[in-house]
Design a binder for this molecule. Structure first.
Ligand code: 13P
Length: 279
């Protein structure tokens, strides 16, 4: 499985289905040696990633090492941030074009830690999304509420101001990560029902702003204390198209266990049938 357009074996017709994505957000963790040893171990634990899109996002300085460690595999490498200008007097910043040229295919945009500690806003998120898309990167744009209240209004505003102004063509290349801040690094994940309800809400906004086709196709992944022992019940929700994983992605064994959850043919088959309900 390497395309989001697959043949539905039951009817032998083509249907738009959503290939699961599993992203590793390493945040401010791992040096070059640790990056090398992660990949050596991880590659020996997962043999074929056709059943899902695996994206590993190390710190900038580890990207070259990660890109060469991922050669001859289908592991994608992503950055955790970018700046919206391509060049100029912007000390400390890195552009989308530079990230693309370094061998990355993805970039995380608007993570709640960037919003909270580095002053990112819906407006800068939108600028970064446009820059990432222009550079040919797939953005993984993060949205989520800080407390379990006002969920609807927070998601509505983040979507309306940070994402909805994109054209349908631009939007088609995005991955959305729903990351409730109260669940990040907290050891308490959203229940599958809570996460699925938020994903439905987001998909509803996509329908309203960009139409049913865009809503059917966009992958909405969940992030917040995902671990091998809670992932199965989350991924059983048809609304949840994968994960963005922090802490559990730092260990090759636990990240491989998450990736391998998507491996069984039975699971893929059931997702195909579930996904076809949308079209
Ligand atoms: P944790 O998995 O450590 O909760 O982090 C989630 C996250 O922020 C991924 O971007």
């Amino acid at each position: 499985m390497n395309s989001s357009l697959l043949v539905n074996k039951a009817t032998n017709t083509q249907s738009a289905i959503r290939l699961p994505v599993i992203g590793a957000n390493w945040k401010l963790h791992k040096d070059l040696a640790e990056t090398e040893s992660f990949f050596e171990k991880f590659r020996s634990l997962v043999d074929d990633f056709g059943y899902c899109e695996v994206v590993i996002c190390p710190p900038f300085l580890d990207i070259a090492t990660a890109v060469s460690a991922a050669e001859q595999t289908t592991i994608h490498i992503g950055a955790q941030n970018l700046y919206w200008e391509n060049d100029g007097a912007f000390t400390g910043e890195v552009s989308g074009e530079m990230i693309k040229a370094s061998g990355c295919s993805h970039v995380i945009v608007g993570h709640s830690e960037r919003r909270r500690y580095f002053g990112e806003t819906d407006e800068t998120v939108l600028k970064k999304l446009v820059a990432a898309l222009e550079a040919g990167l797939t953005p993984i744009v993060c949205i989520g509420e800080s407390e379990r209240k006002n969920v609807e209004s927070v998601l509505e505003k983040q979507f309306r101001c940070g994402i909805a102004p994109l054209s349908a063509e631009q939007f088609a290349k995005l991955i959305i990560a729903y990351e409730p801040i109260w669940a990040i690094g907290a050891g308490k994940t959203a229940t599958p029902e809570i996460a699925a309800a938020a994903h439905r809400l987001i998909r509803g906004h996509v329908t309203k702003h960009l139409g049913a086709q865009a809503a059917n196709q966009v992958r909405i992944i969940y992030g917040g204390s995902v671990k091998p022992d809670n992932a199965q019940s989350l991924m059983a929700q048809e609304e949840i198209d994968g994960f963005l994983v922090g802490g559990a992605s730092l260990d090759a064994v636990s990240f491989a266990a998450l990736v391998n959850l998507y491996k069984s043919e039975e699971k893929s088959e059931s997702r195909i049938n579930q996904s076809c309900n949308y079209v």
